[in-house]
Design a protein around this ligand. Structure first.
Ligand code: ZN
Length: 189
């Protein structure tokens, strides 16, 4: 996510292909001042180490409920116990507290249920929903530390309360809008 006026940018989640991200940053000359994590499943943090090597030690922001995954390298899931190297510069994403990174300011919304520290990040008319809300679907809640009821409650109270035109960028699949999901998402009927 980049502010085109200032070049200030953040990275939201660190997938398996960090080299695509670092190339884009280089091409655009973006100034990345933080990496924000919607949650810490392996497909959202696998690229962290490489991004931090390229960018230097920018802060990595995560909800406190999943801080241990980064600080202690504790796996998020019992189901796939993948330990990752500990990250040093970890800061907190707190529900209701804006997160500032250069000229960018995000609204932080706790949307747990897929994982305990799941957050959605809103900036202007865009919201990044991680693996909480997808186009036409919602995140898995069959893991031991998932909570299907909390997932739907969080989506309803934190996300569907936004105006129709807000664009939704999820962790997987195409973008959508809040209005489209409120009207047609079968999991939210
Ligand atoms: Zn995912």
């Amino acid at each position: 996510m980049e502010d085109e006026n200032t070049g200030d940018a953040v990275i939201i989640d660190a997938n398996f292909e960090p080299e695509l991200m670092t190339r884009l940053i280089r091409e655009r000359g973006a100034k990345v001042s933080a990496i924000l994590l919607t949650h810490t499943d392996v497909d959202h943090v696998a690229g962290l180490a490489e991004l931090l090597t390229v960018l230097g030690s920018v802060p990595v922001a995560v909800h406190d409920a999943e801080r241990d995954v980064l600080v202690e390298g504790k796996p998020l899931r019992h189901e796939f116990a993948i330990a990752s190297p500990p990250i040093e510069n970890v800061v907190s994403l707190v529900d209701g507290q804006p997160f500032k990174a250069g000229s960018l300011e995000f609204e932080v919304l706790h949307t747990p249920g897929h994982s305990p520290g799941g957050v959605s990040l809103r900036i202007g008319d865009a919201v990044f929903t991680g693996d909480a809300l997808f186009a036409g679907s919602v995140g898995r809640s069959d893991f031991r530390n998932s909570d299907g009821k909390a997932l739907l409650e969080g989506i309803r109270s934190q996300l569907l309360s936004m105006p129709d035109e807000v664009e939704v960028y999820s962790g997987h699949g195409p973008s959508t809008t809040i209005g489209q999901e409120r009207r047609t998402n079968p999991f939210l009927k």
